[in-house]
Design a protein around this ligand. Structure first.
Ligand code: NDP
Length: 307
């Protein structure tokens, strides 16, 4: 790996052993070190203070799929930023489908009742086959989810920005995707175009007893709109892995108290599994190595999505 000799790279989190080994050729600088000669950074998050110490920075590889948390205003336009979409997409797709099926097929609801000693068969268990299901965001996660839903016989509608072909009806209209849908899975990234995109009036287009699953970022959904639909429609289920308070889940306790909310603490991807985190770290390092070799790395961010 001669191309790496002398290249300084800043890493501000603890890398799993396998990923660290791949980085062997770089001169790795950690927090507290001299960052003045650093050309590339491998990070989960990054502060304006860290950026200010790296005048020679040319490339930022983020180990997470989402890039919404970066201090975009402080990243000089010539610095290339790459995300890590795809590295955890199998895990997140599995999780989204698990949430959807567990809620839609009343598994969660019956489980809660059984544990309380309530054994009556109070819910009809609906079929997804033949029902309209919207997948919002046809990226690495969304396309996986959409293909599996199609294999189950659902009528899948895919909403995204760029056209992608697959076993779904493609639309760029959120209204068209959600109107009459029995379920939806949201795997949209959070950017300046998607913040607050899904509002009350969109959720209200769905079936009375629809299940809305979010594994993207909470802020894509308008918080007040979600609360309103949940209070108005007791049969509507909102199942989410991501919350507006980010890792401060207590901020969203008002949701968790509602009977028609299914909640998990941001565990669909790397935060929920060391195995997934290891794979994410390895993929991030491989992408960084591709950049260092002069190749075009994957997942280059569109700066205009954030600034
Ligand atoms: P991808 O980048 O592969 O997919 C994102 C998709 O969203 C692309 O198809 C993109 O279209 C589309 N999109 C972007 N902006 C818009 C817009 N304004 N309107 C409509 N569609 C848009 O990412 P992933 O599928 O891997 O991940 C999606 C998000 O899920 C991540 O950004 C992250 O925030 C979240 N995530 C959550 C995890 C968790 O633990 N819960 C774990 C992993 C990811 P285009 O190709 O045109 O840009």
């Amino acid at each position: 790996m001669d191309f790496l000799v002398g290249m300084k790279i800043y890493v501000n989190f603890e890398l799993p052993e396998e990923a660290r080994r791949l980085l062997g050729g770089f001169e790795v600088v950690g927090p507290g070190g001299d960052l003045s000669e650093v050309e590339a950074a491998l990070v989960t998050r990054l502060t304006p203070e860290e950026l200010a110490k790296m005048p020679r920075l040319r490339f930022i590889q983020v180990a997470l799929a989402g890039l919404d948390h970066l201090p975009w205003e402080h990243i000089p336009p010539h610095v290339v930023v790459a995300g890590n979409a795809g590295s955890n997409a199998d895990a997140v797709a599995e999780f989204a489908l698990g949430m959807l099926l567990a809620a839609y097929k009343k598994i969660i609801q019956y489980n809660e009742r059984m544990k309380r000693g309530e054994y009556d068969r109070v819910y009809a268990v609906p079929m997804l086959r033949g029902r309209k299901v919207a997948v919002l965001g046809l990226g690495e996660i969304g396309t996986r989810v959409a293909k599996i839903l199609a294999a189950l016989g659902a009528e899948v509608w895919g909403f995204s920005r760029s056209r992608r072909e697959g076993p779904w009806r493609f639309t760029t209209s959120l209204e068209e995707a959600l109107r009459g849908a029995s379920a939806a899975v949201c795997a949209l990234p959070l950017n300046k175009h998607t913040r607050g995109l899904i509002r009350y009036e969109h959720l209200a287009l769905m079936a009375e007893d629809a299940v809305f699953v979010n594994v993207g970022r909470a802020e894509v959904v308008d918080r007040e709109g979600a609360l309103r639909i949940l209070k108005e429609r007791p049969r509507f289920v909102f199942a989410s892995d991501v919350w507006w308070g980010r890792n401060n889940f207590a901020k969203d306790a008002e949701f968790f108290a509602l009977p028609n909310v299914v909640a998990t603490p941001w565990v669909a991807g790397g935060y929920g599994s060391e195995e997934v985190w290891r794979e994410m770290a390895v993929e991030a390092v491989k992408n960084l190595l591709a950049w260092a070799r002069g190749e075009t790395p994957k997942n280059i961010a569109k700066r205009s999505d954030y600034v």
